[in-house]
Design a binder for this molecule. Structure first.
Ligand SMILES: *Cc1c(COP(=O)(O)O)cnc(C)c1O
Length: 471
């Protein structure tokens, strides 16, 4: 399998070539040249597989430059009961009291209690493998407001040849998220607590990466959500969810996905393009509803930082959706010139784009639907789910569940993606239920553990110096 850029760069690349990269050289995103089609017989065979076996089968369709035995070993070492809590890895829980055929798919039982572990844990294994194969090392530099940074640190901790330098806004993450990141004892994990807001952190990362000489000399890399390997790892759990909710390949299911950067639901789109019988992909947003607006109107109006509001589902607080270009490329029949015209330089200055009516009409044929949820909806959904199902859902999952219920179809199971556990967002859970959210027993003493983090000003030079000393 070779990979191309959504903006037309003609050089075909192998999986291992794009694994450690971000954007394509022309600014586009990488996608496979085609989606392998999964026929009925294959679907039937896959039904019986364990999660790691299923992951190996799907990844093998897209990765032909890692020997099969090595890929098999990496996948099996990643998706274990020890790391993800159950043998099923992504079990379904019934929400029958709310609606017949309504399910919750558990994606958040990894080490950081959010679905990002599903992909990041595999990325850690793949990065370590590929760097060793090349005889190279990597300094991963990132900025986080919470979930991505912790998932990256837990995936890369102790990995040979890799250091992580993670910037976070000083004092602005939830107490749980701070404790989670800062308590990691591993020498290759560096928490830089920056005296500013998240945008300051991101600006520093951009400035360091823009110094090409520094970037090359210190082998700076990223693990952001546009990485194709992350998206690919997420395709697997759509298949796993489908198999659990159905008994025959003649049945269809829908998925409701709490969305921010469009990575998770884009993996659902890829699964559907491969032939998984998906009726609807329901995109759920919070008050930052740039994606809901697009799916209702065909207008993609990117917001500025000031127009992006802070909500109680903070991991969905986005101004533009960094993976969205992948879907639009497919929507436009893979017209790279038109995609480049829409997403190319100046997108933010132009404020976004509006699709032609004929282009927008295609959205329906791709199975997408959408909706938005507010703080009040979130609280009501958390309360109702607790009262009627005895299940606690986190704020992001509540957004997904609220919108899912607006798109139910008789006879079609609806699977809501559980993107985090409630323990991560205790404050809103207390507000909704007047009680503390449950927490996995292994994390009972999290806040008491010793912490490692270096506080620094918003200063590009200080971050570079820190990397020079510790990279
Ligand atoms: C990252 C995240 C999301 C958004 O996922 P995308 O792939 O960016 O759409 C939703 N919920 C939680 C809890 C997250 O951490």
């Amino acid at each position: 399998m070779k990979y191309l850029s959504t903006r037309g760069d003609p050089a075909p690349r192998g999986f291992s070539e794009i694994l450690l990269e971000g954007l394509a050289p022309d600014g586009g995103l990488y996608l496979p040249q085609s989606y392998p089609l999964v026929d009925d017989a294959t679907l039937s065979r896959w039904r019986a597989l364990s999660y790691p076996e299923l992951a190996f089968e799907i990844l093998s369709l897209y990765i032909d430059d890692i020997p099969a035995a090595d890929l098999h070993r990496l996948v099996h070492a990643t998706y274990t009961e020890a790391v993800f809590g159950t043998r099923e890895i992504v079990p379904l829980k019934s929400l029958e009291p709310l609606a017949p055929g309504l399910w919750l798919q558990a994606l958040s039982n990894g080490p950081t209690l959010a679905f990002k572990d599903m992909a990041m844990q595999l990325l850690g294994a793949l990065f370590e493998y590929e760097l060793a194969r090349r005889g190279e090392t990597l300094n991963i530099l990132g900025a986080t407001s919470g979930d991505t940074g912790s998932a990256a640190e837990y995936a890369m901790r102790g990995k040979r040849g890799i250091n992580v330098f993670m910037l976070s806004p000083h004092g602005r993450m939830s107490p749980f998220q701070q404790a989670q990141m800062f308590s990691l004892p591993d020498a290759n994990i560096h928490n830089l607590s920056v005296q500013g807001v998240f945008d300051d952190c991101q600006d520093v990362v951009k400035a360091v990466s823009a110094d090409l000489e520094f970037k090359r000399q210190w082998r700076i890399g990223t693990v952001n959500s546009i990485n194709w390997a992350r998206l690919l790892a997420q395709v697997v759990y759509y298949f796993a969810g489908y198999f659990q909710a159905t008994t025959s390949n003649a049945q269809t299911v829908s998925f409701a996905v709490p969305s921010g950067n469009f990575g998770n639901v884009c993996a659902g789109h890829v699964a559907r393009m491969m032939g998984l019988p998906i009726a609807r992909l329901v995109v759920a947003t919070n008050e930052n509803d740039v994606l809901d607006e697009f799916f209702r109107t065909g207008a993609y109006r990117v917001r500025t930082g000031a127009q992006t509001v802070e909500t109680s589902s903070p991991s969905m607080d986005i101004s533009k959706a960094s993976n969205f270009e992948r879907f639009v490329f497919d929507l436009l029949g893979r017209d790279a010139a038109r995609t480049a015209e829409l997403f190319g330089p100046g997108l933010a200055r132009r404020g976004g784009f509006v699709l032609e009516p004929a282009e927008f009409a295609r959205v329906a044929t791709f199975g997408f639907a959408s909706g938005r949820s507010t703080h009040a909806d979130r609280l009501a959904t958390i309360r109702e789910t607790w009262a009627r199902c005895g299940a606690m859902v986190d704020t992001h999952t509540a957004d997904g569940l609220k919108v899912a219920r607006e798109h139910l179809q008789p006879g079609v199971p609806m699977i809501v993606m559980e993107t985090a556990l409630p323990a991560k967002f205790a404050q809103t859970l207390r507000e909704a239920l007047g009680r503390e959210p449950e927490r996995p027993a292994a994390l009972a003493d999290l806040e008491q553990r010793p912490r490692r983090c270096t506080v620094m000003p918003v200063d590009v030079q200080a971050v570079k110096d820190y990397i020079r000393t510790h990279g």
